[in-house]
Design a binder for this molecule. Sequence first.
Ligand SMILES: C[S@@+](CC[C@H](N)C(=O)[O-])C[C@H]1O[C@@H](n2cnc3c(N)ncnc32)[C@H](O)[C@@H]1O
Ligand code: SF4
Length: 455
Amino acid sequence: MLETELIKKYDVPGPRYTSYPTVPYWKNDGFSVDKWKENLLTTFAATNQSDGISIYIHLPYCESLCTFCACHKRITKSHGVELPYIEAVLKEWHLYVSLFTEKPNIVEIHLGGGTPSFFAPEMLKLLIEGILDDAYVRPEHEFSFEGHPNNTSFEHLETLYNLGFRRVSFGVQDYDPIVQKAIHRIQPFENVQKVTEFARKIGYTSISHDLVFGLPFQQLSSIEDTVRKTLLLRPDRIAFYSYAHVPWIKGNGQRGFDENNLPNGEQKRALYEKGRELLEQNSYHEIGMDHFALAHDSMFIAQKKGTLHRNFMGYTTTQSKVLLGLGASSISDSWTAFGQNIKEVETYIESLTQGELPIVKGHLLSDEDLFIRKQILNIICQLETSWRPEDWTEEEKEFIFDKLSNLESDGLICLENTGLKVSPKGKTFVRNICMVFDKYLKSYNTQEKLFSRTI
Ligand SMILES: C[S@@+](CC[C@H](N)C(=O)[O-])C[C@H]1O[C@@H](n2cnc3c(N)ncnc32)[C@H](O)[C@@H]1O
Ligand code: SF4
């Protein structure tokens, strides 16, 4: 089948698999905050000494709304919100610390958003020192943050560096002024250049730029120009995200441009291919489904060693089984259970003022969920997976193997008795390959607005 036909066939709504089961299919009925704590404590006790824990902190504020953005954020110019929010996050952390039977070993901290650099450097210092006061830090730790090039200062970078941060990712998206105007994000190259040079001077060892393909008015020429400008700054890593068009998510502002201004599936794929070609010609290696890295970067090394992992933060190089998500809307993962925090900032803060964990929903993973989760993780991180014939019931075989044969005839996978390998052609369709194993999608009604399109 020709690439264009494959794109038509496989460009359907589908999950990005930062978790399995995916959030819309969580079964909340068996779930409670007590069950969440029980699962968390069991995994913590088993892995705190060996793997350590990861912490994601959601910092939801931005000064200005980018109309393409699918993140959970709150737009305000008032910086009076910073301290009450940081205090609430620290309360949440202390609730967890008081549950743990021993001091946590932190292996990873990621500050995401919203815009972490919306917060003043001294606020971020207060936050990180408050976390570290109650924990050990593993020597091989990876601390990272997301910075907006328009408001990340030398002081932000220096303050976080002094607290152990060595990774930073800057949101770039696209340098074309027409695209920037459409997404309401005016950001000249000089701003990105300045913060990248600051970070390098201070000593950050992994600088990443986020680019997005499939944005309104994007053309092959604008992608080429954006990638060429990015190459001038030579970030260690590049996230090259597929634009997720999810205008039904309340308050995300994706109605700021017309859908006719968006490239279609085939054009979108061409934008990706153009970017990939240029990046690969310049020594970047494609990692997983939306990242590129230079050979010295830990993400490339993790992929080579087969230790790349994926969770709610996206691809990561640490393998911890406990991910604590702190802050409004954050999701925590104890490997056997997921729990999500209240999304609305005021209610989140209120819950902590009452001394209660702000978890509102979650899912307890069954043995079957855990097995399928592992298969999906193997495919999305390692591009291959394996099983034993006795791992599947007759019903599962019927459900899965027909679809796998179909993928094989389309040349997307190489199917063996006890596993599969994604072919070079299949890389583009890795989300579709994972979807074959997703039992919950059986009940998926494509009219329902749950997921962005896979291409
Ligand atoms: C939280 S933002 C990064 C930090 C900061 N707020 C900024 O914009 O520079 C995270 C990244 O998610 C990506 N992103 C946001 N909305 C997206 C969408 N609808 N589709 C694909 N990627 C998206 C962008 O590349 C963005 O830089
Ligand atoms: S892209 Fe970043 S700055 Fe823009 S609205 Fe989203 S989180 Fe805020």
